[in-house]
Ligand binder design. Sequence first.
Ligand code: TRH
Length: 384
Amino acid sequence: MQFGIFCSVIDNYGDAGVAWRLARQLRDDFGKDVILWIDDPGTLAAFAPEVRADAEIQRLGRLILRRWHRPQPDAHDREALAHIDVAIEAFGCGLGEPWLEALASRHLPPCWIHLEHLTPESWAEEVHGLSSPHPRLPLTARFFVPGFTRRTGGLLRERTLLEQRDRFQGDPEQIARFLARIGQVETVETQRITLFCYADAELDAFRAWLASAPRATSVFVPPGQPRQALARSGLELGTRALALPGTPHVRFVPLPMLAQDDFDRLLWSCDFNWVRGEDSFVRAQWSGRPFLWHPYRQERNAHLLKLDAFLDHYLADAPAALGDSISRLFQRSNRGEETAQDWDGLWQQRDLWQAHCRRWCHHLARQEDLCTRLLDFIARNAIK
Ligand code: TRH
């Protein structure tokens, strides 16, 4: 079975990040042939070192990467489309009539899947699995909605991910080697934090909490928006680590973009991860470590509904006091409200929070992963 995945980069890294994970997992865990059409390979190259930003077409084992020139498929695209059994349109990118016509002209039209954004909201269960016939062409769009429950499309999770994580987290030498490889020499006692938030994150209370913390702390800061958020709070990070004024035990450490697998390792090696969007949000949950989620801002504050829905799932079985503290920090920090009291209160319960994150990860891992559900979905619905 050959897969075509179509991805348009809207902004940031998430669209490319999810498409890349999906393509790699179909290839690596399920032995599928995959063609990923992406309109901006440069974004992918930022965290996939094997990708050449300027290449029109590139073969990476059973995964072929093609620059997506959207208006019309050229002769090479048409040739490739002729072999596609499953066409996955990511995040409503819209294939456009010429592409759909090329797909529909095949003797047996492919299974056409609309992969939606992950949502914790209950509509995920209602929309997942719906279909909509094309008004003119012999193609039927089928909606696949990632989510947190068994009746959704699930979450991306590679087959050996959690075993790899456990080996890594249980081996201080591996952690030290990894940190050294990304240019960091850390003592065992140092508390580690990833700061992968959006530019509008309110960091003053976070900084004040860090300054009052007794432990030495390294805050790893990827490029782009996290640094803008820091700059807004008065800390301009250049190419070197910077200590908070008056508190030399707290260092903000600039990191380059890491390869996606190394980004996972970074999350695994930290005590706390501030993450965002969609993919880093999911990966923070697989890390089994405490995290704060900064959802992608949407019109009419729709992201706050997502946040509420997520907290309902995530905190359903949490001890009441811990649940209240987590909920307060997630809610207030995403509404730009004062969080000065919240950081410390929550961090005092960190052992409980850590245990809760492991349980939550366990709960999610008992469900089938997204790729397994996708293949099952295709087998049931489409390819007859
Ligand atoms: O980058 P994001 O904010 O992406 C998105 C997009 O804005 C998108 O339009 C929107 O639809 C979506 O959010 C909800 O956040 P996200 O989803 O966490 O994606 C980041 C990706 O970048 C993820 O795949 C991990 C990867 N990454 C690395 O591989 N290495 C790194 O060093 C870093 C910092 C990130």
